[in-house]
Write a protein that binds this ligand. Structure first.
Ligand code: 5GP
Length: 119
């Protein structure tokens, strides 16, 4: 799938739409989800134009990949959920239920998160 520069996260990255920022570095932005599904619901995104994990893993530089992985763990520590636990989720494509076509990890925490998938 070609990257759509008008997707909502691209617009947040350009500063056209505000976000409730949790973390930012050269390669990564994280912000609170506008419609939280758990007491803590943060979206962690690369700043580069990647649709999905398969796209990112194929095209991103080693520096970008390392930055996203390191930032995700750092955010979990910084917001204080690492010890009690959390869940990372990347919905991908049609079957994965992805709504926004810019790679993002959902970081859910703050309560017991139940089964991994809806039964
Ligand atoms: P997906 O279904 O693509 O995995 O998740 C997209 C997520 O983006 C949803 O959880 C949705 O609530 C969130 N979202 C959509 N638009 C906005 C927005 O403008 N701001 C923020 N902070 N989150 C958004």
């Amino acid at each position: 799938m070609a990257y759509d520069r008008d997707n909502i996260f691209a617009r947040i990255l350009r500063g056209e739409i505000p976000c409730d920022k949790v973390y930012e570095d050269e390669f990564v932005l994280a912000f609170n989800d506008i419609n939280p599904q758990a007491p803590t619901h943060v979206l962690v995104i690369p700043k580069g134009e990647y649709v999905s994990m398969d796209d990112f893993s194929e095209k991103a530089s080693a520096e970008e990949i390392a930055a996203l992985m390191r930032a995700t763990g750092q955010i979990a520590r910084d917001i204080g959920v690492a010890q009690a636990g959390y869940r990372l989720l990347a919905n991908t494509g049609e079957n994965g239920g992805q709504e926004v076509p810019h790679l993002h990890f959902h970081l859910f925490a703050g309560r017991s998160l139940g089964p991994m998938l809806a039964q």
